[in-house]
Design a protein around this ligand. Structure first.
Ligand code: C5P
Length: 226
C-alpha cells in the first residue's frame, strides 16, 4: 500500500515527457497539479494513465457541494487513482465530492488538504480570524474528513502518527534526503523517517526531479520508504 509519488511540477507536456524519459521500465505514481493540468488538460492525464502510470490529480477542489459533486464526476471519468479537495469546504462538500467520484470511479482515493503548509498561526489569526492553533485545526479538519468518509489527508510527515491513529491514510510532501537542501519547505523529513512515522504515501518533487541522476534518486526513495 505504501508508495512514492513523484510531484510532476512541470510547466508543460514537453518538460514532463523529458523527465519521464528517465523511466524506461518503471511506471511511477505521478502527481499532476494545477500548473500542468491547466496547460495540458484531461487529455494528457488520460494519455499517462493509458501508458500505465498511476495518477494523483492534485486539483484541491473547494466550492459549493453541488459544483464539487459535478466536477468530481468528471474527474472520476479520467480514471485517476487519487484526487483531493480542501477540507475547509466543509463536511457536506466533502460528502458531495465523494458521491460524485464514487458514481464514476469507485477505486479512486479521495483525500483532503487540512491546512496548507504555507499558512502559519499568525495568518490563521490575523487574516482568517481562526483563533485555534495550526495543529488543532489540522486535527479538527482531519476528523471532519473522516466523518465525511474520505480516505485520508495531505499533511506533513510529522503529523502522520495522529492521522493514522484516526484510521486515515496520510499523503505527505516535504521530503528531502539527509544531505539535501530544504528549499522552501519548513517541516521536512527523509523518506525513511516518513516511513517510521507511518506515512502512507510520500510526495517527492525536487529531491527527484532536480537530482543529477533521477532514476537513482527515485530508487533511493523506494528503497528507504517501501
Ligand atoms: O519539490 P517538493 O518535494 O518540495 O514538492 C512537494 C510537492 O508537494 C509540490 O508539488 C507541492 O506543491 C506539494 N505540496 C506541499 N505541501 C502541501 C501540499 C502540497 O509541498 N501541504
Amino acid at each position: 500500500m505504501r508508495d512514492v509519488i513523484i510531484a510532476c511540477d512541470f510547466q508543460n507536456k514537453e518538460e514532463t515527457r523529458k523527465f519521464l524519459a528517465n523511466f524506461t521500465k518503471e511506471k511511477p505514481f505521478l502527481k499532476i497539479g494545477m500548473e500542468l493540468f491547466y496547460k495540458e488538460g484531461p487529455e494528457f492525464v488520460k494519455e499517462l494513465k493509458d501508458e500505465g502510470f498511476s495518477i494523483f490529480l492534485d486539483l484541491k477542489l473547494h466550492d459549493i457541494p453541488n459544483t464539487v459533486y459535478k466536477a468530481m464526476k468528471n474527474i472520476g471519468k479520467l480514471n485517476v487513482d487519487m484526487t483531493n479537495v480542501h477540507a475547509a469546504g466543509g463536511i457536506k462538500m466533502m460528502e458531495a465530492a465523494l458521491a460524485g467520484l464514487k458514481e464514476t470511479n469507485s477505486n479512486c482515493k479521495l483525500i483532503a488538504v487540512t491546512q496548507l503548509t504555507s499558512i502559519d498561526t499568525q495568518t490563521l489569526k490575523e487574516e482568517l480570524l481562526i483563533n485555534e492553533s495550526i495543529n488543532d485545526t489540522v486535527a479538527h479538519y482531519a476528523l471532519n474528513t473522516k466523518k465525511a468518509g474520505l480516505d485520508g489527508v495531505v499533511c506533513s510527515p510529522l503529523e502522520a502518527p495522529i492521522i493514522s491513529k484516526m484510521g486515515l491514510i496520510s499523503v505527505t510532501p516535504g521530503i528531502r534526503f539527509k544531505d539535501g537542501s530544504a528549499d522552501d519547505q519548513k517541516r521536512i523529513s527523509t523518506p525513511s523517517y516518513a516511513k517510521e512515522l507511518g506515512s502512507t504515501y510520500i510526495v517527492v518533487g525536487r529531491a527527484i526531479t532536480k537530482a543529477p541522476n533521477v532514476l537513482e534518486a527515485y530508487n533511493k526513495c523506494i528503497k528507504e520508504f517501501i
